[in-house]
Design a protein around this ligand. Structure first.
Ligand SMILES: [Zn+2]
Length: 284
C-alpha cells in the first residue's frame, strides 16, 4: 500500500530542463558561486563569513543556546517544559499507524526566493504547493535547512536536514523532513546553494527564474515516520505534525561545508525526550 503519493505539477516538469546558461552554471567550478550574483557583492565581499549573532535573541551554542532557550523569554517556556518537543531520535522500528491519517505530497517547482535569517537559509514558496493529511490541506510556506540533522534515526545523525513547513487554514502546522547523507552532487540543492546569501539578509533575495524542483528531494519508496512534535526553534510551540522520510538524499561534503560556513557553525537543536508519544512508521 502506498503511504504517500507524490504528484509533481506539470509546470515543474516542463521547467526543470532550463536554458543553456543554466547548464553552463551547473558545470562551472563551485568557487564561482561566491561572486555569481551582482546583487550579492556588497554583502559577500565583506569579512562577514560566519555572521555575528550578537543581536539575535537565541543561538545554537553558548549562553543563548538550546539548553537555555526556555529561560531567555517567558514566551519560550515550552522549550523547557514542553512534553512533545522536536526533534527526536526516531526509532529503528516505529509503531504501526492503524487509523492514522496518511500523508500525500503535491509540490511544484518553487521559484527561488531565498533569505539568510542568521539561523538558517530559507526559501519562500508562493506556488500552489501543498500536502494533504487525511482530508486536510496544508500549504507549503517555506523550506529551510539544518546542519547537522536535527532528527536522528536509531542514534545515527546525518550531515543535513531540510524542513518543508506547511500550514493549514486554521493555523495548524505540519513539517516534512528529509535527511541527507554525504555522497554525490545534488542537482536540486545546488540551485539553492549557488545563490545562497553569504551573510544575513533583511528580506528575501529574488532569483525567481531559478526553479527548485523540491519534489525531487522527497521520496516515498522507503516509507516515512510520523509523530506529534513542535517547532525546533523558539518559541518551540507544540501541535506540529511531523513527517520524516526514511529515504535519504545525497549531498556533497563541500556543500555541507559551505552551508556551515555561511551559517557560522552548527544549526541543530539536540534531540528531545519522546516521552509518552508514539512514533508511527508508514511502510510504502
Ligand atoms: Zn527546521
Amino acid at each position: 500500500m502506498a503511504g504517500l503519493f507524490l504528484v509533481v505539477g506539470a509546470a515543474g516538469c516542463a521547467t526543470s530542463e532550463a536554458s543553456p546558461a543554466r547548464h553552463e552554471e551547473e558545470v562551472a567550478p563551485s568557487a564561482s558561486a561566491e561572486h555569481q550574483e551582482p546583487g550579492a557583492h556588497a554583502s559577500a565581499s565583506g569579512s562577514a563569513h560566519g555572521p555575528v549573532h550578537a543581536d539575535h535573541p537565541w543561538a545554537y551554542t553558548g549562553d543563548k543556546g538550546p539548553t537555555n532557550w526556555g529561560d531567555l523569554d517567558p514566551k519560550w517556556e515550552q522549550c523547557e517544559v514542553g512534553k512533545n518537543q522536536s526533534p527526536i531520535d526516531l526509532p529503528a522500528v516505529g509503531d504501526e499507524p492503524h487509523g492514522v491519517d496518511k500523508l500525500s505530497v503535491d509540490y511544484m517547482a518553487v521559484p527561488l526566493r531565498v533569505k539568510h535569517n542568521g539561523h538558517t537559509v530559507e526559501v519562500q514558496n508562493r506556488t500552489d504547493s501543498f500536502i494533504t493529511i487525511g482530508n486536510k490541506r496544508f500549504d507549503l510556506l517555506q523550506f529551510h535547512f539544518h546542519s547537522p540533522s536535527e532528527h536522528t534515526v536509531a542514534g545515527q545523525r546525518f550531515p543535513l536536514e531540510v524542513h518543508f513547513v506547511n500550514k493549514a487554514r486554521d493555523g495548524e502546522l505540519a513539517v516534512v523532513g528529509v535527511l541527507f547523507e554525504t555522497g554525490d552532487f545534488n542537482k536540486t540543492l545546488e540551485e539553492v546553494w549557488k545563490r545562497m546569501p553569504k551573510s544575513e539578509t533583511q528580506d528575501y533575495v529574488n532569483h525567481e527564474k531559478r526553479l527548485v524542483n523540491v519534489a525531487d528531494l522527497i521520496s516515498p519508496t522507503e516509507g516515512y515516520y510520523h509523530y506529534p512534535g513542535s517547532l525546533t526553534t523558539p518559541p518551540c510551540g507544540e501541535g506540529v505534525r511531523w513527517f520524516v522520510m526514511k529515504e535519504t538524499r545525497d549531498i556533497e561534503q563541500r556543500a555541507v561545508d559551505l552551508f556551515r560556513a555561511v551559517i557560522g557553525g552548527r544549526s541543530n537543536r539536540p534531540v528531545q525526550p519522546i516521552g509518552a508519544r508514539k512514533v508511527f512508521f508508514f511502510t510504502p
